[in-house]
Design a protein. Structure first.
Length: 399
């Protein structure tokens, strides 16, 4: 019975997460088609991801306290409804400004998923079971936005770019129906009394004053931001600069993905013998290998798909390790305010991704060097956060 319960909620969380992650990248292979249709530059289309991620991250500060007051189930359903409104706006957009608005509203809605996928896991599981659930969930959070362009490229080629957003609308409707029918409330005691503003401030302050929490959330945010920057840059580099077709761009998108599977597998299986901080060293090593090798190749003039995809494979290994480990390490001390903690983690992670994606969109993508420099910067931040906030407190992070 316990395995059935674990599987049911994990499935519901995975498909909920998939909606948000699909929306993030599914349009990337159609960037050139969207730019031509709306008479705008490809870099403006790249800004769609930044608009989505910024609202996706910021809205989670609202959804965390909302879920603690009213419960996880109504929070999920409300978010999916708002997401559907944004998707309808995007589907019928006649200019890039309206399309940006649609993506922004999508992010506002599906931010509920970003908060709840972590919160529900913390509601239901503890210890090694929580790490296992987070490992599977983290794989979804990376696999979905990498696979989504395959679907988007196929839809754009056969029907057109607007059909991509119609597909998202249909997909979110199916997920809404499944959540409505099968998701039972996981919050042990939803409190209908409003949470005082001062209490919320105290909750967030307690997290910000927790040194290890800051270390874990920083490592999580910047390592995943590297993948998001790659997703945002790949559309320009592969399609507009290297002139690959939408279908080829889709395939290149998923090429580094096995690296994430390897990292996620290692995170789950190494925890039987080692602590979270110890395993994270392996993830950092992979991040260094991926980012530095790409920068070296770009510096010496190697600019092709191999010079981008192979280094990203190693970077994905590192991110696959860091995501479940850092998420679990950050959540462990805050089980009593899991809604606020999960929302805070999701908000910071996606705001960070949005900021670095915006930065990437502002830099000319004539070769892979700007991407490589950003990845090296993110890796350096990860190293700093690990050694200044986590490594000196290893004994407190056993699970």
């Amino acid at each position: 019975m316990q395995n059935v319960r674990f599987g049911r909620y994990l499935f519901l969380v995975i498909i909920l997460a998939a909606v948000g992650q699909f929306a993030n990248t599914i349009f990337v292979p159609a960037s050139s088609l969207i730019a031509n249709s709306l008479h705008t530059r490809p870099t403006h289309v790249q800004s769609l991801m930044a608009a989505y991620l910024l609202s996706y991250g910021a809205s989670q500060f609202f959804y965390g306290p909302f879920a603690d007051r009213y419960g996880r189930r109504p929070t999920i359903l409300l978010g999916l409804l708002i997401f559907a409104i944004g998707t309808i706006i995007a589907t019928f957009a006649l200019n890039i400004q309206t399309l940006l608005l649609g993506c922004f509203v999508q992010g506002l809605g599906i931010g509920s998923a970003g908060a709840m996928i972590r919160t529900v896991m913390r509601d239901l599981f503890t210890g090694k079971e929580l790490l296992k659930a987070n490992s599977i969930m983290s794989a979804t959070l990376v696999i979905a936005p990498i696979i989504a362009p395959l679907i988007g490229g196929l839809i754009a080629t056969l029907i057109g770019w607007r059909a991509i957003f119609a597909f998202l609308l249909a997909f979110s409707a199916v997920v809404f129906a499944l959540q409505f029918k099968f998701f039972a409330e996981t919050h042990p005691a939803p409190n209908n009394a409003p949470t005082p503003f001062n209490a919320l401030i105290r909750q967030y302050k307690s997290m910000l004053c927790h040194r290890q929490f800051i270390g874990y959330i920083t490592c999580l945010t910047v390592s995943i931001a590297g993948i998001t920057v790659f997703e945002a840059s790949a559309g320009v580099l592969f399609a507009s600069t290297l002139h690959y077709s939408p279908n080829t761009v889709s395939l290149l998108f998923i090429a580094p993905l096995p690296g994430y599977f390897i990292g996620s597998y290692l995170a789950t299986h190494l925890n039987h013998r080692h602590s979270i901080p110890h395993i994270m060293k392996t993830g950092i090593s992979a991040l260094i290998l991926g980012s530095v090798s790409m920068l070296a190749l770009a510096h010496f003039g190697y600019f092709n798909a191999y010079a981008i995809v192979i280094p990203m494979f190693f970077y994905f290994i590192g991110a696959g390790l860091m995501f479940p480990l850092a998420t679990t390490g950050a959540l462990i001390p805050f089980g009593h305010i899991a809604g606020a903690a999960g929302a805070f983690i999701g908000a910071i992670q996606n705001l960070g991704s949005g900021v670095f994606t915006t930065l990437s969109a502002l830099i000319p993508q004539n070769n892979a060097e700007p991407l490589a420099i950003l990845l090296c910067m993110l890796t350096l931040i990860t190293i700093t956060a690990y050694y200044s906030c986590i490594a000196s407190h290893q004994e407190t992070t056993e699970i």
